[in-house]
Design a binder for this molecule. Structure first.
Ligand SMILES: Nc1nc2c(c(=O)[nH]1)N[C@H]1C(S)=C(S)[C@@H](COP(=O)(O)O)O[C@H]1N2
Ligand SMILES: [Mo]
Length: 171
């Protein structure tokens, strides 16, 4: 009888600890991904593993006069994977599309889709996950937009959670 009781108590304790551990893990796992949605053919949820499958690029830029080297993936490559028109197909009605970047703290900024496409502009806008060889810290990451061509880093959205393609409404 004693044995049965001890066994029951052990499994009860194991259950509780396991439950607590999972509850603690859940928010961190949810934050470590970026969704791509809105007017896209194929909505995506990108975590570090999914991002690693894309071509990596490195950009050098100044953040308030402080030089840095960020690594990540071109935003336009992610949008293309989501089925958004890019390159030669980015024409006509697609020029009314814009991209809203949302952050965990409620901050948001937009880019016109054409601003992100190499057929229109130089200067790659990237979704960065590393700075100076290290993963981004919690204030900046895990994912941040870096747009080296900008004179001020105000659209370099930190803690990116969602990227949505929207259409400017008709007048
Ligand atoms: N999530 C988020 N990203 C943000 C901001 C913010 O308040 N929240 N501020 C922006 C502004 S106005 C600037 S100047 C830069 C500042 O970046 P830093 O904190 O790395 O210097 O981040 C931009 N990205
Ligand atoms: Mo700013």
């Amino acid at each position: 009888m004693k044995r049965i009781l001890a066994c029951w108590m052990l499994s009860f304790l194991a259950c509780i600890t396991c439950g607590v551990a999972q509850a603690e893990k859940a928010p961190a796992a949810a934050a470590a991904a970026v969704t791509i949605g809105g007017e896209v053919a194929k909505p995506l949820r990108l975590d570090a593993e999914a991002l690693a499958k894309h071509a990596r690029v490195a950009v050098e830029a100044n953040d308030h006069g402080k030089p840095g080297r960020w690594e990540g993936v071109r935003l336009i490559d992610l949008l293309r994977e989501a089925g958004v028109p890019t390159g030669d197909t980015l024409r006509g009605p697609a020029l009314a599309l814009y991209v809203r970047i949302d952050a965990a703290d409620g901050y948001r900024a937009v880019y016109a889709l054409a601003e992100l496409d190499a057929g229109f502009r130089d200067g790659e806008v990237i979704l960065a996950d590393r700075r100076d060889g290290k993963p981004l810290d919690t204030k900046e990451g895990p994912f941040r937009i870096v747009a080296p061509g900008e004179k001020r880093p105000a659209r370099w959205v930190r803690q990116v959670t969602a990227i949505d393609v929207l259409r400017a409404p008709a007048k």
